[in-house]
Write a protein that binds this ligand. Structure first.
Ligand SMILES: *[C@@H]1O[C@H](CO)[C@@H](O)[C@H](O)[C@H]1NC(C)=O
Ligand SMILES: *[C@@H]1O[C@H](CO)[C@@H](O)[C@H](O)[C@H]1NC(C)=O
Ligand SMILES: *[C@@H]1O[C@H](CO)[C@@H](O)[C@H](O)[C@H]1NC(C)=O
Ligand SMILES: *[C@@H]1O[C@H](CO)[C@@H](O)[C@H](O)[C@H]1NC(C)=O
Ligand SMILES: *[C@@H]1O[C@H](CO)[C@@H](O)[C@H](O)[C@H]1NC(C)=O
Length: 577
């Protein structure tokens, strides 16, 4: 399934043929080629505006302040709401440059990529007296380095002509080693904070979040596979298994917990802040490492989310013990969920939620951080939009799966909003208040790593043509390699013809999502038992949905609820709502 494992001749074929093929076939076959070209150029221009300003005014510090054209050494501030224990002598880790590495490859800029790799290998050090969030440093710095290392060694990218000697991997390994002391707790659940120089500080808080200890496995697992040192993967896996054992009888999780006692602190949770990437990593770890254990965890967790958090197209929060709804709020971070649903094949549910997010996006011009669903109004204080990528990410996944041009229009509207409201002379600025569009002096590194990357890939996915990738929660691509799968499950055998059904004439491409998804509209796929149409979907016994008893009805793919037989003799969701 990974083209590169099929031998050298395939490699040669893939390097030479698709380049010619894409250029000639796209313009003839794809009626949206002109629009895509225009839009991908626009996004490319956005990326360079953000990147060049960072390089000019902020590098090698962490992030750009675009309004005042200066910098902030924010790695030590990420997730640090009370801004405690800020370092005295920390001059940044070139965070935005590390975050830009994989985007430079996606944009095909090998010259700049090589320059960045060279600079980092000579200057980046982690022996700094800075207390950092393990979660943030893992997804941004470790993930950025590991992904860039793989891209640098991938000959199909034609990068680093003989000059690359695993410098990024050496850096990643050094960083990974500094993470390990955080896992030295009675439960194996890691501390949320660690000082890169001194390890876990005395009296460090033992409180962490579900995503803080449940979404480390992609980066740390990849690091173990690349270095042969199993300690990184084992630490992340042990933490994940412990967290899994703490689920409630309803298969729900809380949001915060204590790493010493292994007890929950906040019992209410949803799919947004503090939990989001935990669900994401269960599925993506399964795709990347092929362990059935991850798939089983994901499936139970996903079904519980659809059952207890979902209300129509919306997701609210609920108490993990009772399943009772607690907060009725839409948050900007939840917008990643439709993208995750695409990976498992729940296209209809993804489409439904995505449309509601777009409705709120259009209402304000961007997605506000928090929106009160029960009052249909903004949260009184969380009215900001820090250039978050999640909605663009879901739009990209939905377009990949459906090729419905409507998603290109959504993407265009996102690009226009960003340029209109957030572009300033010195880069792209966050929005402090979506009602006034007042700006804030901060260009987050994820704008370079994710927002620009997903928008670009929506309009130009040539990067995905030769390889299956899983994108980390920070948008850094990791290739799906059969050599990383302990045992390749049957579902990974991609049917040889269904991925190309919607794009006839184009070279067949398989992105990470084609491992699982089987859009309902794809006829060949329906009958292929090796792919799943949805995580929880069970079809009705009869294709015309007629029934005599409830036993002849299946499970609805959107709500994950069991359908029942009506008086008139049809399967449906008669008892729900
Ligand atoms: C950080 O920069 C300041 C000012 O240039 C310098 O005095 C200090 O030594 C630097 N600290 C480190 C750890 O490099
Ligand atoms: C790569 O990035 C650099 C820095 O922004 C830019 O000067 C150069 O033109 C880019 N090259 C390509 C091929 O886009
Ligand atoms: C840690 O807590 C103990 C007890 O509260 C206190 O005596 C000690 O000074 C604290 N240490 C630091 C470094 O804050
Ligand atoms: C998404 O929803 C819209 C509106 O309900 C519908 O017209 C469209 O066909 C749907 N697309 C998919 C791929 O389900
Ligand atoms: C798709 O593949 C299946 C099984 O490999 C085969 O039976 C079917 O004829 C193929 N369909 C097309 C359109 O090539």
């Amino acid at each position: 399934m990974s083209p590169r494992n099929r031998g050298t001749w395939v490699l040669i074929f893939l390097v030479i043929i698709p380049t010619l093929y894409i250029e000639t076939s796209l313009s003839k076959v794809d009626p949206f080629a002109a629009k895509k070209k225009r839009m991908s150029d626009k996004v490319r221009q956005m990326f360079y505006h953000a990147y060049d300003n960072y390089m000019e005014y902020a590098f090698p510090h962490d992030e750009l302040k675009p309004l005042t054209k200066t910098y902030t050494d924010s790695l030590s501030e990420l997730g640090n709401l009370k801004l405690e224990h800020l370092p005295q002598e920390y001059n940044g880790s070139a965070l935005s440059l590390i975050e830009s590495l994989s985007s430079l490859v996606v944009l095909g800029n090998s010259t700049e990529f090589e320059k960045a790799v060279l600079w980092l290998s000579e200057n980046l050090i982690f022996d700094v007296d800075a207390r950092i969030s393990l979660f943030e440093c893992n997804i941004r710095v470790l993930g950025g380095l590991v992904s860039a290392h793989i891209l640098a060694t991938d000959s199909t990218n034609r990068l680093t002509k003989g000059t690359y000697n695993n410098q990024l991997l050496v850096l990643a390994e050094k960083l990974g080693q500094r993470f390990l002391p955080a896992f030295d707790t009675p439960t194996g659940l890691p501390y949320a904070w660690i000082n890169l120089k001194y390890g876990v500080l005395e009296n460090e808080t033992t409180e962490t979040s579900t995503s803080g200890c449940g979404s480390l496995i992609l980066e740390m697992g990849a690091l173990s596979h690349l270095t042969g040192d199993p300690r990184f993967e084992s630490a992340a896996l042990r933490a994940l298994r412990k967290l899994w054992s703490m689920r409630s009888s309803l298969n729900l999780f809380g949001t915060t917990l204590d790493v010493k006692t292994g007890e929950w602190i906040e019992y209410s949770s949803g799919i947004g802040a503090g939990v989001d990437s935990f669900y994401e990593y269960l599925l993506k770890a399964h795709i990347l490492f092929g362990r059935d254990e991850f798939w089983r965890m994901f499936q139970s967790a996903y079904v519980a989310v659809q059952k207890y958090f979902r209300h129509g197209p919306w997701y609210h929060e609920a108490d993990m013990r009772t399943g009772r709804a607690t907060y009725w709020q839409l948050t900007s971070l939840q917008a990643f969920w439709p993208g995750l649903q695409v990976l498992v094949g729940d296209i209809a549910a993804a489409n439904l939620s995505h449309r509601e997010f777009f409705y709120v996006w259009q209402k304000y011009g961007v997605l506000p951080e928090r929106y009160l669903l029960d009052h249909q109004m903004l949260h009184p204080t969380e009215k900001y939009y820090p250039l978050r990528p999640e909605f663009a990410e879901s739009t990209f996944y939905l377009y990949q799966a459906t090729k419905d041009p409507w998603y290109l229009e959504v993407g265009e509207s996102i690009v226009d909003s960003l340029n209109f409201h957030t572009r300033v002379e010195g880069g792209f600025a966050s929005i402090r208040d979506v009602t006034t569009m007042e700006l804030e002096d901060h260009q987050h590194s994820f704008f370079l790593a994710e927002t620009c990357k997903y928008l670009y890939l929506l309009f130009d996915d040539s990067f995905l043509a030769n390889q299956n990738y899983v994108f980390t929660t920070e948008g850094h691509p990791l290739p799906v390699l059969s050599s990383w799968h302990e045992r390749l499950p049957d579902v990974y055998i991609i049917p040889s013809n269904w991925t190309s059904v919607k794009s006839e004439g184009q070279p067949k491409r398989a992105s990470a999502m084609s491992l699982r998804i089987c859009p309902a509209a794809t006829p060949n796929c329906r009958h292929n038992h090796q792919t799943l149409e949805s995580v929880c979907h069970v079809p009705d016994a009869s294709t015309d949905h007629r029934c005599l008893t409830d036993e002849e009805c299946g499970v609805d793919s959107i709500s994950c609820r069991r359908r029942s037989c009506s008086m008139a003799g049809y399967c449906g969701l008669w008892l729900s709502l």
